[in-house]
Design a protein around this ligand. Sequence first.
Ligand code: ADP
Ligand code: FRU
Length: 314
Amino acid sequence: MFKIEQDQRVLFVGLVCVDLFNVLPTFPTEDQGHRCLDCYWQRGGNASNSATVLSLLGGNAEFFGTLSDDRELDFIQKDFKEYNIHFDKSVIIPNTSCPMSVVIISQETKTRTILHTNKNLPELSLSNFEQKIDLNSPSIRWTHFEGRDNAYEISRMLTHINQYNEDRKSADIGYKPIITSLEAEKLRLAPGLDKYNVWELPDVMFISKDFAKSQGYKTMTEVVSGYLLKLKKGAVVICAWGEEGAAANSEETGIVTSSAFLPETVQDTCGAGDTFVAATIFALSRGQGLLKAITFGCAVAGAKCGMQGFKGLS
Ligand code: ADP
Ligand code: FRU
């Protein structure tokens, strides 16, 4: 249903930032000095991480977002290249600071605490999308949006793609529409999703555990049965739930679930959700059904939790 050709691209729209990791034996205590076991930089941001994982799995990934012209730009561009991720349509905004996250990994509790700063880098808008992304290009067949606090612009970009699909379909019955997906992860996104009716726009809706909990949900199956009713006909909803695994639902399949794949030792769970999203999209785009796709998503995300960063996934 969501199959695309192997050489066709998945476009990941959202954030790229720099993550500064500090690995500590235990979570730090306020107003004390601590010795870290390790400290390193990594390219981060949900869309950027998902592009990394899809590329490592053998897919064709493109990142599209805003980039600051700050000193970190060179690092980010080199890193995208190293991972074979296209990023040349991204919009460089002068006189802005690169968004940064300090990520504290506690070896004792296996947690990743993220302190994120974005001083002034603007979100991507429909006009950036229209100027840079040529929907006529046969290479881009799937567009995934990281839902940030930009529900209005996301609704406009999704509507733009849906309209393009409609126009092409009426001109050519054999036309295969560009597939769209959206992840609701950031809690700040919730009011905008309702206000601009974003629920009715994508083909695949990912809902994170934290987002769902903030809306009062207690289990992943409740989430996928509740949210399917808000989506357009034929759409699917997918929800990852940490160590419990993931669930999905569609009219065609009903609710399906996968357990998590626990690694021998949990090393770094930062980006587990982004990995799950990428691996699930990868499997769906290769023609796998919903159950197989979320099971693959959990397997790859579990493997990622057992390693530092993403490189070992290749
Ligand atoms: P997020 O990074 O958005 O908080 P989750 O914690 O829900 O995402 O994790 C996403 C997926 O990653 C889960 O569905 C699960 O398959 C996998 N995962 C997360 N934490 C673990 C863990 N400790 N062990 C194994 N797999 C995990
Ligand atoms: C992980 C992540 C980090 C980034 C943060 C942004 O999911 O994408 O790489 O610092 O979230 O919110």
